[in-house]
Design a binder for this molecule. Sequence first.
Ligand SMILES: [Zn+2]
Length: 311
Amino acid sequence: MKIDFDGLPQPEPSSMVGFSQNRLIRDSEYRDETSLPAALENPATRFFMFAGSSVIISKGEISTAAFGRSEIESLDTKLERAILLGEAEDGPRIAVPVDVDVETLGEPWAAYDLRALLYSTSVKEEDAGAIAQAGSMLHWHRMNRFCGKCGHASAMKIGGYRRDCPSCENQIFPRTDPVVIMLAVKEDKCLLGRSPNFPEGWYSTLAGFIEPGETMEDAVRRETLEESGIQIGRVKYHSSQPWPFPHSLMIGVHCEAISEDITVNESELEDCRWFTRGEVQLMIEEKHPEGFICPPNKAISSALVGAWAEG
Ligand SMILES: [Zn+2]
């Protein structure tokens, strides 16, 4: 087959979504037991602090999320649970949990839920990407403190990229869960749905986890059928997005609807309907007469809908 690299969209669609600007050099092949201690000793290292799943920032005209060692000492950081994320241009980046109640954080600190961070402009995009990496990693460690094979306490290794069981020698590695997110199209209309927890008027693409033993394309067809009753034919990849809730990768596609009658799965969706390209353009501009809107920029759903709406 001819691979049409020249026909690919520019800029790369994945580069346009939130959490995609992580520029850390991970050096994954070279991580060993010396990597994290060396970074902890390096005066150029900057730390991302987490209270549970929220990142702590310093409020200001331009908020800061990456702090030096002296700046983090006023909080109860748990350096024994620190994770080496990688190397930025100006030095290493480490993620560290902090034992603090976010309700009692004093000035200049503020805690940010990562969903709020996605849509916010308060931290640099490259920091938001590294924070997504950090949030996923810290969650994985919180949930894997014991060996799944024998139940013994496991220990963090190679800067946080592996956990070893000292009892049975089981080794586990951080996981990423693939999720398909798809815009089904039929002629000049597309399929969007509403979850009960969406903001008012908000319609978005359907999505769901890929199950074991399933291709990405089959997951798109199964999830669309289960949620909307719509049958899907061909599937075309568009973009991906790191999704730290807690450690997924969104795989965004356009797909071809081959049926038209919708049956809404009411256990998942409040509503699901077809929208014309003209309606979607109005939704993107927030000018739809019924007040319908699409997810904001930086969500992969917005990238999928926007690319189709442009024609
Ligand atoms: Zn074990």
